[in-house]
Design a protein around this ligand. Structure first.
Ligand SMILES: [Fe+2]
Length: 157
């Protein structure tokens, strides 16, 4: 049945399109954070192993909310790695194993990039598209990534 929530079909598709890009970046960063959780080593092993676990667990919850938000707009949600890698802007490093210092730096840059993507999306969605619910939801998500970036930035000297 048609989604009738005061947003035109064109704008529902546009809003969901932005959500699919965010979902893809969240999935890429989620997988990367798990990889780092599994492979981190060195003096701060246990601290970083636990830190990365808390970060991917938080993202796991957000990912579900982003995906279901697309459904609330009446759109299908992509659910394959192939699509996530195509739609997302973050990059993976297959076969490479960073030092703990480089893991922290790479995660920081990815969370910051995601904040930039989210900020841009919020302004488009709150503006012309006029999808207040999605804009509000993505604003909260942006703040979560700002907090994670703040923690990761504290490890930089
Ligand atoms: Fe684990």
């Amino acid at each position: 049945m048609k989604t009738n929530i005061g947003i035109s079909d064109k704008h529902l598709i546009r809003s969901a399109g932005l959500l699919s890009e965010i979902l893809s970046d969240e999935m890429i960063l989620y997988v990367k954070t798990r990889k780092f959780h599994w492979n981190v080593s060195g003096e701060s092993f246990l601290e970083l192993h636990k830190l990365f676990e808390s970060q991917y667990k938080q993202m796991e919850l957000s990912i579900d909310l982003v995906a279901e938000r697309m459904g609330k707009l009446g759109q299908k949600t992509p659910g394959t790695m192939e699509e996530f890698l195509q739609l997302g802007s973050l990059k993976e490093s297959p076969g490479k194993y960073a030092t703990s210092k480089d893991m922290l730096k790479e995660l920081l840059l990815d969370h910051e990039n995601l904040v930039v993507v989210l900020r841009r999306s919020v302004s488009q969605i709150a503006g012309k598209i006029n999808d207040a619910g999605t804009a509000d939801f993505l604003t909260g998500l942006m703040e979560d990534h700002e907090s994670t970036a703040w923690v990761l930035r504290r490890y930089q000297e």
